[in-house]
Design a protein around this ligand. Structure first.
Ligand code: PEP
Length: 256
């Protein structure tokens, strides 16, 4: 059967490591990635990006940013535009990570606007959604996700040919060491896929949906075996290139 959805391992360094550590990290990651065929991306902080794109050149590792502005250019101090990211060789960008939503007040409308700008500039947005512990406890996970996803479908419909990814990241699993169980991740991502099919029809077939939240080399294999999970967005464990490579290998092995 032809492979329809790409499997992805994406590293989110958050605000960690130094620009001077970037080339060494990518060298170690390249050395370890020989054996796996899954798509791999690394998202360092902005100042690291030129070093990252240079170190990844000629490899199949793609470099992503962790955020972008919804504005195109001008008097927006501290912001970074899609065109700037493109100019330094970035091809992916995280959008709407829960830390951006929670700590920096990004709402669903802003997340959708950033997704649109990314797509307009040929960047692949990795749009993060996920419920908090309270929503899960009171049985409102699906409602919460529907709400977060609704504006994204409208943007995706306007760019039917452009690749983008969804990362399902329950907030209670991010950075806590308590990953979602394989069955919770499977069930929730399967729900997101049904929503995607309802809103996007055939183009949903190529949309990869990743899981994120305390993935590490120890729990990656059982999660990777779940049929709805197309890959991982990895925070803490991605800071070590060998650990991140082991997670990518687990994804590759589950596909074999
Ligand atoms: C993340 O920040 O996207 C993430 C999944 O973090 P962690 O793997 O550390 O939970």
């Amino acid at each position: 059967m032809p492979k329809v959805r790409d499997r992805w391992a994406i590293a989110n360094w958050k605000m960690n490591l130094l620009p001077s550590q970037t080339a060494g990290y990518l060298e170690r990651l390249r050395a370890r990635l020989q054996e796996t065929q899954v798509s791999v991306a690394v998202c360092p902080p902005y100042p690291h990006l030129p070093a990252a794109t240079a170190a990844a050149a000629g490899s199949r590792i793609r470099i992503g940013a962790q955020n972008l502005s919804d504005r195109l250019q001008g008097a927006f101090t501290g912001e970074v535009s899609a065109a700037m990211l493109q100019d330094v060789g970035v091809s992916l960008v995280l959008v709407g990570h829960s830390e951006r939503r929670r700590l920096f007040g990004e709402d669903d409308a802003l997340v959708a606007a950033k997704m649109r700008v990314a797509l307009e500039h040929g960047l692949c947005p990795v749009v993060c959604v996920g419920e908090g512990l309270q929503e899960r406890k009171v049985g409102q996970t699906q409602l919460w996700l529907q709400h977060q996803l609704q504006p994204l479908w409208e943007v995706a419909q306007a760019f039917p040919q452009a690749p983008w990814l969804i990362a399902y990241e329950p907030i209670w699993a991010i950075g806590t060491g308590e990953a979602a169980t394989p069955s919770i991740a499977q069930e929730t991502i399967a729900f997101i896929r049904v929503q995607a099919e309802q809103h996007l029809g055939d183009i949903a077939a190529t949309l990869s949906i990743l899981y994120g939240g305390s993935v590490d080399p120890g729990n990656a294999s059982p999660l990777a075996l779940q049929p709805a999970i197309d890959g991982f967005l990895v925070g803490g464990a991605s800071l070590n290139p060998e650990a991140f490579a082991a997670i990518a290998e687990a994804l590759g092995a589950a596909e074999a």
